[in-house]
Design a protein around this ligand. Structure first.
Ligand code: SF4
Ligand code: SF4
Length: 294
C-alpha cells in the first residue's frame, strides 16, 4: 500500500485492540464523530442515537469538522498516549460523508504519522475510487457491516437505501447494497487493507443466516468476523425483538470460527468512544470534544 508518508516508520498493525485481543488492555482507540448522515435506514436504528454498525446506542454525539477532529485528536493524545487507533464509525456512515471522512483521515495521517487509521461503514457509499484514496492515505483497517447476503433477508433488515439521489426499497435496494458491499470488500482486500465484517444478529430475521455470511466473507479473504447482538432500540421496528443472549452469541461465534477468525471481545462502542476497550472514557473527554466542536 502506498501511503501519504512513505518515509514514516511502518505502522505496527498489531496494535489495533479490536483486531488483536492480546493487546486490548494495553492500547486503545478513539472514534471521531465526523460523519452525521446515513445512506440506509436499518430497522434497528434510531438516529437520535449513535450508529450501531459499530456502536451501541447512547446519547447523540457531537459532530466535528475534519480540522476540529485533528485538534481533538491532539488533545486526546496529550492525555491518553495509549491510544494507537483513530477510527470513524458515525454517528451516521463514513461514506455518506465521504469528503469529511477522507479529509479527516488525510489530516490525521499528516499530523500523526504513527496512528493506525480505521473506518467502519455499511459499504453503500464505499466506491472503488475511495479504496484508492484509503490506500494512498494509509488507512489500514476497514470494517464493513454485512447483515445479509440474501437480498430477501436484506429487504427485511433495512427500511430504505439511498444511492446518490436514488432512494430504493425492498429487494431492489438490498441487492444494490449487497453488490456495493461485495465490490468494496474485494477492492479493499486487493489493496491489502485489513478487513473486518460486522453482522448485527437480529432474532428471527438474520440469526439463521449469520453463518452463511461468515462463510461467504471468509472465502473473500476477510480477516475477522464480528457477530454483534442487536440492541433492541426503542421506537424502531425491531425495538420489540429480544436481544440475542450471550449463550446464543457464543454458539454462533464458535460456529463462525469454523470458517473465519471470530471477534469475541467487541464492546459495542459509541461513535465517540475514547480509551481502552471496555474502559470507555468518552464522558471524561466530553469537555475536549465540546471545546473542539465550537
Ligand atoms: Fe443507523 Fe448505522 Fe444503520 Fe445508518 S448504518 S441506519 S446510522 S445503524
Ligand atoms: Fe472495536 Fe467493537 Fe468497539 Fe468497534 S465497537 S471499536 S470493533 S470494540
Amino acid at each position: 500500500m502506498t501511503t501519504l508518508n512513505p518515509t514514516a516508520t511502518p505502522l505496527n498493525l498489531d496494535q489495533h485492540p479490536c483486531f488483536n485481543p492480546k493487546i486490548k488492555g494495553k492500547f486503545g482507540r478513539v472514534h471521531l464523530p465526523v460523519a452525521p448522515k446515513c445512506n440506509v435506514q436499518c430497522n434497528f436504528c434510531n438516529r437520535k442515537y449513535d450508529c450501531v454498525n459499530e456502536s451501541r446506542p447512547g446519547v447523540t454525539s457531537k459532530v466535528l469538522e475534519p480540522h476540529q477532529a485533528a485538534e481533538y485528536m491532539a488533545k486526546i493524545l496529550e492525555k491518553e498516549p495509549r491510544i494507537t487507533v483513530a477510527g470513524i464509525a458515525g454517528p451516521g456512515d463514513p461514506f455518506a460523508n465521504a469528503w469529511e471522512t477522507l479529509e479527516t483521515m488525510r489530516l490525521l495521517r499528516e499530523r500523526f504519522p504513527d496512528l493506525i487509521l480505521c473506518l467502519a461503514t455499511n459499504g453503500m457509499g464505499l466506491k472503488p475510487e475511495h479504496v484508492d484514496e484509503i490506500a494512498r492515505i494509509g488507512v489500514s483497517h476497514v470494517t464493513v457491516t454485512v447483515n445479509a447476503i440474501d437480498p430477501d433477508i436484506g429487504a427485511q433488515v433495512y427500511r430504505w437505501f439511498r444511492d446518490g439521489n436514488l432512494v430504493l426499497r425492498g429487494r431492489q435496494g438490498a441487492e444494490r447494497l449487497l453488490s456495493r458491499q461485495m465490490e468494496a470488500i474485494r477492492a479493499l482486500k486487493a489493496a491489502d487493507v485489513v478487513v473486518k465484517v460486522n453482522t448485527v444478529v437480529i432474532p428471527g430475521v438474520n440469526d439463521h443466516h449469520a453463518i452463511e455470511i461468515a462463510e461467504t466473507v471468509a472465502a473473500m479473504g476477510v480477516d475477522l468476523f464480528n457477530a454483534m447482538p442487536m440492541y433492541p432500540t426503542p421506537d424502531t421496528p425491531f425495538g420489540v425483538l429480544p436481544e440475542p443472549s450471550p449463550k446464543e452469541m457464543a454458539v454462533l461465534r464458535r460456529h463462525a470460527g469454523e470458517f473465519i477468525t471470530p471477534m469475541t471481545h467487541c464492546t459495542r462502542c459509541r461513535a465517540d468512544a475514547v480509551g481502552l476497550l471496555g474502559e470507555d472514557r468518552s464522558e471524561e473527554f466530553r469537555g475536549c470534544l465540546t471545546d473542539c466542536s465550537t
